[in-house]
Design a protein around this ligand. Sequence first.
Ligand code: GCO
Length: 478
Amino acid sequence: MKRREFLKHSSQLSLLLLANNYLPLHFSQSNHLSKSDFGDHFKWGVASAAYQIEGAWNIDGKSPSIWDTFTQKRKNIKDGSNGNVACDFYHKYESDIALVKSLNFDIFRFSFSWTRILPNGIGEVNQKGIDFYHRVIDRCLEVGLEPWPTIYHWDLPEILSQKGGWVNRDIIAWFEEFTDVLTKEYGDKVKNWMVLNEAASFCGAGYFAGAHAPGKISFKKYYDTVHHSNMVSGASGRIIRANVSDANIGTTISCSWVDPKNQKNKHVKAAKKWDAFLNRLYLDPIIGRGYPTDAGTFFKKIADRVPASDFDKLKFDWDFMGVQNYTRTVAKAAIFPPVLWSLFVPPNKRGVPQDQITDMNWEVSPDGFYKILKQFGTYPELNNIIVTENGAAFKDVLLDGQVNDQQRVQFFKDYLSSVLKAKKEGVPINGYFVWSFMDNFEWAEGYRPRFGLVYVDYNTQKRIVKNSGLWFKEFLKD
Ligand code: GCO
């Protein structure tokens, strides 16, 4: 999980982040990259998510999701905005999908809005919602992009949230039903499926830090959401397998390399806990390794709540694992808060130069990305890794109809160099998705952070390809 999800967005908890003078390692690469270095079968894509781009929040039979209700309280979002219109992808999907293809990508990652398909969360299907995603999928196929949908990218039906949402164990059955509807409907055209987007983020920020929908702050609730999201991963995977015999099935996890503040034993121990929290809690159980109880009582508490009969069901035979990375974490021991007995050290308090800190206050760390990929390379269970998100928000300037986002171009060169290095050293990485295709609604941050390869003028909905988009276009051309 990126530091944002768990702490940074939470004004209460971020106050706890304390200063120190850690000096980071610097990373430099030659950047002589070419597409062919990654091999002929390497997949190149862009990623997006329904709530962040679609808009059309209340039309054609769609009911509210937790993000529709969460954003109604303006103070929940830094700029008081919401996703009611967002990038209006609901109406602009045809030209947007053509634009993705024009940048020479092969695949398009998007997510399904649960409440367009099942306005009551379960039960009656909304034909207009079903039709919309047929149009999106057909448009991808028509222009020559492989559709790679994510079943769940955080927009839980409000109606199910009122029944407890991810805290209620019934989420497993609700999610199975949703998966069943989607895979029976689209399975003949869609072969690549991802179950969840970063459970660490929607559980941590949604039920523990309260910074994301549905805005809960509770340890007990949090513990249950962790296990239920892990159970849902395998349960949904099994439905996809049953309904789409030739499916390529994955899910996505966030990750972050963790360094201790310094080599003192207490900080090294803190780093081990954060590593378990950020990189293992949602991965180890779903590949059959169980909960990371070796990392401390916090993890034992989660495991102790799990019925023994669940352990077998947690495991699924994934065809690929999606990993998403934005930054690295520096951990330090602390007496408070009591959960993990440790804290993050924010980049500006550990000597990271300002031009290496993104607009999300995340350190640019291609070296951290390389190291966490190598860590995953030690897992024999992970034999096919796809980077399902990587990217950066910088302060883009639109000048004379152009966005010269040189920092982002450099970011991609450096991060892709890390992917290539890890791949050459044997980590089985077979694809890379940019986050994001276009600027969009960045959750509790609103519209300020711009992550896109394409600039969106939210007043006119005009799209302007940034220099980073043009860089990819050139890089990916055959
Ligand atoms: C996430 C999401 C995206 C974010 C992106 C930038 O994991 O947080 O998949 O929705 O917009 O990561 O923060």
